[in-house]
Design a protein around this ligand. Structure first.
Ligand code: FAD
Length: 383
């Protein structure tokens, strides 16, 4: 019988790489994490952990640490862009946890990274992977500093611009969605017009939407404000600098709470929203992809990190159970359809959230009243 993988090298110390290292070590498999940055830095501002992700992290013993620095939304509310009228609402808090088996946490990304890194122990910082080669039955990683390491399995948890991905698949990298976003962290006291600041809320309007939720002790709101513009994105960078006048003008006519929120941001940038084409395969030999490297998705279901966490625990379980080859095949079989469905649904969500007032928007609002049909299949998933 083929042997189980004895050593795993994880490229990338983001949410996926760190969660995988923890899950592997818990199962008695040696894992080393190689991160290019000299220190673990947060990407973006905050993250919403839904039950499908928080349940996994709780299983790794992190629930209390996470709860100590997370806000639990009171409700999930959908609102009309101009009037602010509630078009659908669902309780979150205890009712959500009872329904989906895990809490909903709004957490600052720096806190999540710190909790994962502390639990992981050693992460090799300042180790940028530049090359990869087969070496007998193993794989040799080459680093920018001229050093090398070998392992039975190499995991590309190196994010949307993955270096490891080129070894596995030659799919085109990313596709501009036609939408871009503004983001920010705003103290609640600067949002006098905001109803229900403790809720996770979508404001839906013609050609755009705003999503926000409180993080930490609930005194700060994290928001993402999306518009269907520009039509094309030519720049190589995924961000462009904008002026305060541009951001103020972008949501003219929207409810005062939305205008206060975007006006208060200190991040004067526009982020292009890209989705990734599905890959033809997720592994080649003993090299395998995880998280954004495999399935970067639009943020409209708040699932990029949550799907990455699901990947990590599934891969760890497969490697603990089977030989390397069987484990990687099984992992891909379990994870590809699920992540592709969430990817596709996040893409469709862009159009649904941006409908102009009218019959189609009325039908959407009715459907949003049924959380089991809209989000239940994502949040209730057990790995
Ligand atoms: C602003 C923002 C808000 C978001 N909000 C949510 C949310 O609410 N809920 C949610 O589920 N998802 C959210 N997402 C998506 C989520 O952040 C990503 O899906 C998730 O971080 C992917 O994790 P990852 O580990 O695959 O990649 P990353 O977190 O990108 O980590 C990749 C790591 O690999 C390292 N690396 C890259 N190349 C190399 C190399 N060659 N050698 C060594 N190391 C390397 C990088 O430095 C990085 O640390 C959000 C994303 C953004 C940008």
């Amino acid at each position: 019988m083929a042997e189980k993988a004895a050593s795993v090298a994880i490229v990338g110390g983001g949410i996926g790489g760190l969660t995988l290292a923890l899950a592997l070590r818990e199962r008695g498999i040696g894992a080393e994490v190689y991160e290019r940055s000299a220190e673990l830095r947060e990407i973006g501002a905050a993250v919403a952990l839904s039950a499908n992700g928080s349940r996994v992290l709780a299983g790794l013993g992190l629930r209390d640490d996470l709860a100590a620095c997370s806000a639990v939304p009171t409700e999930l509310v959908y609102r009309h862009w101009r009037s602010g009228q509630r078009v659908a609402a669902h309780p979150v808090g205890a009712a959500y946890e009872e329904r989906f088996g895990g809490p909903y946490f709004g957490v600052h990304r720096a806190d999540l990274q710190r909790i994962l890194a502390d639990a992981c122990g050693k992460v090799h910082l300042g180790r940028r992977v530049t090359g990869l080669a087969a070496d007998g039955g193993k794989y040799r990683l080459e680093f920018a500093d001229g050093t090398t390491e070998t392992a039975d399995v190499v995991v590309g948890a190196d994010g949307v611009h993955s270096t490891v991905r080129a070894w596995v698949d030659d799919a085109p990298l990313a596709r501009y969605s036609g939408a871009s976003g503004f983001r920010g962290l705003v103290p609640v006291e600067q949002l006098p017009s905001l109803p229900d600041p403790g809720a996770i809320q979508f404001w839906m309007g013609p050609g755009g939407h705003v999503l926000h939720y409180a993080i930490g002790d609930g005194s700060v709101v994290n928001f993402l404000a999306v518009l269907d513009e520009p039509d094309t994105w030519e720049s190589e960078s995924w961000t462009e600098d904008i002026s305060r006048d541009q951001i103020d003008a972008a949501f003219e006519g929207w409810h005062p709470a939305v205008r206060e929120m975007v006006a208060a941001t200190t991040l004067l940038q526009r982020w292009a929203l890209f989705g990734q084409y599905p890959l033809n395969r997720w592994h080649r030999g003993g090299v395998v992809l995880l998280g954004d490297a495999a399935h970067a998705m639009l943020p409209h279901h708040g699932q990029g990190a949550n799907q990455t966490i699901e990947d990590a625990v599934t891969l760890a379980e497969c490697l603990a159970r089977d030989s390397r080859e069987t484990a990687l095949k099984r992992y891909e079989k379990l994870r590809r359809p699920r992540t592709r469905a969430v990817q596709r649904s996040s893409w469709v969500a862009n159009d649904l959230l941006h409908l102009p007032d009218g019959l189609a928007a009325d039908a959407r609002d009715l459907a949003l009243g049924q959380i089991d049909e809209t989000l239940g299949w994502i949040h209730s998933h057990v790995c």
